[in-house]
Design a protein around this ligand. Structure first.
Ligand SMILES: NC(=O)c1ccc[n+]([C@@H]2O[C@H](COP(=O)([O-])OP(=O)(O)OC[C@H]3O[C@@H](n4cnc5c(N)ncnc54)[C@H](OP(=O)(O)O)[C@@H]3O)[C@@H](O)[C@H]2O)c1
Length: 260
């Protein structure tokens, strides 16, 4: 085995049709895997899948699948394997946020965020792990997109928090969940790790006021936001056999943000 990152089989990537997820889909397709993008409701998902398939000569298909619905997730995983072949990796990446002051947050906001960021991650991880255990596949790798927000609160100015307590607490929850799943599933040859991105240029961040984005970029030692491909490369490493002794851990590509 050289130092080329190559994948075989099919990688499922939730939220794989845009942003960091598309970066991961693209990196895995370039490494030779077929890709199943799970998306929620974006009208262009099929088009994105087709263009990735053409670019890298692998099979890529978009599956409309709300990750918060366990039954749909289970049937989608079965469908993916029958249409694209052996599932070898999962990037549980779909995530959402609600930004408003804690005093205005509602139980509905809580469900919106936790149903995708925590239950949704659990649903896809459980469905894929069960499938691997049932079929005797012993080399599965799961990468959960958490966030540096699992550890720190972002600011929109000095001592001025970006108000998204449900988002941050959901990321703390999944970083912790990764450790538990890694511990339970190591006996089946399944590795589970977390990717904890720092600021990244995607639709999630592009809606923010430019002044906030400038402040945040200036607060990163590297002085800028990352691009999706810079998050995808470490995820690809975790999905690959090069990370064969890594489980229950976090990789945090944050440009040095959390050194402070
Ligand atoms: N951007 C950042 O700075 C940053 C930093 C740290 C961590 N992250 C994390 O990285 C991940 C990706 O973020 P992003 O910025 O790339 O997000 P994004 O551009 O806002 O895209 C979100 C993705 O999640 C999918 N999604 C949302 N709800 C879903 C559901 N119920 N079922 C299935 N898919 C669903 C969306 O599908 P549709 O296209 O169909 O809506 C879309 O593909 C998230 O977990 C996020 O929390 C992002």
């Amino acid at each position: 085995m050289g130092f080329e990152l190559k994948l075989t089989g099919t990688v499922i990537c939730s939220g794989g049709n845009r942003g960091i997820g598309l970066g991961i889909s693209r990196a895995c397709a370039e490494a030779g895997a077929n890709i199943a993008m799970l998306y929620h409701k974006h009208p262009e998902a099929d088009k994105v899948a087709d263009s990735l398939a053409k670019e890298f000569g692998v099979k890529v298909k978009a599956y409309k699948c709300d990750v918060s619905d366990a039954a749909t997730v289970k049937s989608t995983v079965k469908q993916v394997e029958s249409e694209l072949g052996q599932v070898t990796g999962l990037a549980a990446n779909a995530g959402v946020s609600v930004v408003k002051p804690a005093l205005e947050m509602t139980p509905k906001d809580f469900s919106f965020v936790f149903d995708v960021n925590v239950l949704g991650v659990f649903n896809v991880a459980q469905a894929v792990a069960q499938h691997w255990i049932d079929s005797g596949f012993k080399k599965g790798s799961i990468v959960v997109t958490s966030s540096m927000s699992a550890e720190v609160y972002n600011q929109k100015g000095l001592n001025d928090p970006l108000t998204q307590v449900f988002y941050n607490s959901s990321k703390g929850a999944v970083t912790n969940m990764v450790k538990g799943l890694a511990a339970e599933w190591a006996q089946y040859g399944i590795r589970v790790n977390a990717l904890e991105p720092g600021f990244c240029n995607t639709e999630q961040t592009s809606g923010m006021d430019q002044k906030i984005r400038d402040y945040q970029a200036a607060s990163v030692p590297m002085g800028r936001f990352s691009e999706p491909h810079e998050q995808a490369a470490p995820a690809l490493f975790l999905l690959s056999e090069h990370a064969s002794y890594m489980t229950g851990h976090q990789i945090r590509p944050d440009g040095g943000f959390t050194v402070w």
